[in-house]
Design a protein around this ligand. Structure first.
Ligand code: HEM
Length: 534
């Protein structure tokens, strides 16, 4: 198939081939109204062998997001698939995703199958918010929700984040000055370091030195450990436990990577606690560790939570920033409009406040549209442990892993006209027709992303201050310019610069861990599309 055949064309071709081969797109079973809900056995889906073939031989592990779109075209909005011991029901229709989430109960469960939890039990670590369940999760959620989701709490982290943004700009400037064509050769990698530096400043008021000339060795090892752990996550989950004894290497490697991450976070937390014990609590700009200590949270719980938050707050930020800049570079008119709005709302203030940024609707719309097209986490998941639930025409047995395919819904032409085009303006209109569960990059409800406000703060601050034409342009030669305080956001990104970095970090991820192992498929190098298609 020619490379140029884009996703919608491929999906259309696939459905045409299927109908020509006489494969019905919907199974011809009488409607549920006349015969009661259908069982799991009646649900369509690939055989375990066919699914394994797709995953391993057709590059499916790298493009799980595309399998969602293909699955919906082939089987309809609900289908099942098995990977090793894991059977999962896929749901790829906004209304049905809503139906599942409305039945999630008081203690929503993302997955029962996490090797992350096994590791914590094995080492005696406390679970953090990502992995905790039941009442323990609820207690943590109330506490962290207060410290991370309330607008005033988030405003309190704006100062340290703005400092890190300043360092990012200086680093990009240095790199550009050194490059013969005035390019930043690996922009996505720079944003990755920014993500790590930013979240560390919020969690334990540490500066890791990621944006310095030389990245410290322990920080590099930490970054490598995250990657290793992500790669090993899927492998350790797909292997039934008895096999761990026969083939111990994946589990050992997985545990060693986690050990390093826990030790790294603990080192920084302990340093911060000692610093505060010596000098007293800071009058302002408290970091999350300070707040948790003040709340008398046991140290073991602090270690567990801060390690998970550290992990959750790195490539979510870097991926969203990379894609936002990529799309802005391809859409100069949007870029110009954004620049105008930023200049009008922020004037020449050096570091815009979170409140001021909130007054730039186009900035929010750009990020929403980026996350619709490239959701960092393209599939979410739920398990309802204690009762069977109705999903469309089916009755899904309790404890079944349900994958919520929101990449497929956010590219659904019925919900988003011209779904593959970058059109931030669609978020500026009041669109009564849009389904509220169609694009859910942060999830929704009780178990949705607790870092959402912080993520938006970091991304908005960085986008608002990244400057400008010569910084990233492969075409326009750079004229030495002093960084201006407010970003005249008029960059032209070299897609190749993004491509290199995004391509370098592709790894598989299971569909049900929220941050663990991102499905890198949709992070694949963006291939520039003709603008006329938009
Ligand atoms: C663009 C950035 C981000 C995106 C798109 C994102 C997305 C998500 C999604 C989809 C979930 C699962 C929600 C659900 O199951 O309903 C989630 C959960 C979570 N996120 Fe994020 N996230 C981002 C940034 C962050 C940051 C910066 C942090 C850390 C401060 C963070 C911490 C968490 C935690 C702890 C959870 C688990 C919440 C719980 O189980 O109660 N996220 N995120």
């Amino acid at each position: 198939m020619p490379q140029s055949l884009r996703l919608p064309a491929r999906v259309a071709l696939l459905s045409r081939c299927l109908s020509e081969l006489g494969v019905p797109r919907q199974p011809s079973v009488p409607p549920a109204a006349t015969r009661g809900p259908r069982s799991l056995a009646e649900m369509p889906g690939p055989s375990p062998a066919a699914f394994l073939y797709d995953l391993l031989c057709r590059g499916g592990l790298r493009r799980l997001h595309e399998l969602q779109v293909e699955g919906r075209a082939r089987y309809g909005p609900v289908w099942k698939a098995s990977f090793g011991p894991i059977l999962t029901v896929h749901v790829a229709e906004a209304g049905l995703i809503e139906q599942v989430l409305r039945q999630e109960g008081d203690f929503p469960v993302r997955s029962h199958l996490s090797s992350w939890k096994d590791y914590r039990v094995c080492r005696g670590h406390a679970c953090g918010l990502l992995t905790a369940e039941g009442e323990e999760w609820q207690r943590l959620r109330r506490l962290l929700g207060r410290l991370l989701l309330r607008p005033r709490a988030v405003e309190g982290y704006a100062g340290p984040v703005a400092d890190v943004v300043g360092d990012l700009l200086r680093r990009l400037q240095r790199q550009r000055d050194r490059h013969p064509q005035h390019l930043v050769p690996d922009l996505a990698a720079e944003f990755y370091k920014f993500g790590l530096e930013g979240i560390s400043s919020v969690l334990f008021a540490s500066r890791l030195g990621c944006l310095e000339q030389e990245v410290p060795r322990d920080t590099e090892t930490f970054i490598r450990s995250i990657n290793t752990m992500f790669v090993m996550t899927l492998l350790t989950m797909a292997m039934p436990k008895p096999l761990h004894r026969l083939f111990p290497k994946p589990w050992q490697t997985f545990c060693e990577a986690w050990d390093y991450m826990f030790a790294f976070a603990k080192g920084h937390i302990d340093r911060r606690v000692a610093e505060v014990a010596e000098n007293g609590e800071p009058a302002e700009q408290m970091c999350l560790t300070d707040h948790l200590v003040r709340e008398k949270v046991p140290m073991k719980t602090i270690y567990g939570n801060v390690t998970e938050l550290l992990l959750a707050g790195v490539d979510t930020i870097s991926s969203t920033l990379s894609w936002s800049l990529y799309e802005l570079a391809r859409h100069p008119a949007v870029q110009a409009a954004l620049h105008r709005e930023l200049a009008a709302a922020l004037g020449t203030g050096c570091s815009p406040s979170a409140t001021a940024l909130g007054k730039v609707p186009l900035l929010r719309a750009v990020v929403k549209e980026t996350l619709r097209l490239y959701p960092v986490i393209p599939a979410n998941a739920r398990v309802v442990p204690d009762r069977d639930i109705r999903v469309g025409d089916y009755l899904v047995p309790r404890k079944t892993l349900i994958t919520l395919c929101h990449y497929a819904t956010s590219r659904d032409a019925r919900l988003f006209p011209a779904p593959d085009s970058f059109r931030p303006e669609r978020w500026l209109r009041r669109d009564a027709a849009r389904h509220p569960f169609a694009s859910l990059p942060f999830g929704v409800g009780k178990r949705s992303c607790v870092g959402r406000r912080l993520a938006e703060l970091e991304i908005h601050l960085a986008l608002a201050r990244v400057r400008a034409t010569p910084l990233l342009s492969p075409v326009v030669p750079s004229r030495p310019q002093r960084p201006s305080p407010v970003s005249p956001l008029r960059l032209s990104v070299d897609p190749a610069a993004l491509r290199g970095a995004a391509g370098a970090r592709r790894w598989p991820r299971p569909p049900h861990d929220p941050h663990p192992a991102r499905p890198r498929g949709h992070h694949q190098p963006p291939v520039p599309q003709p603008m006329s298609g938009d």
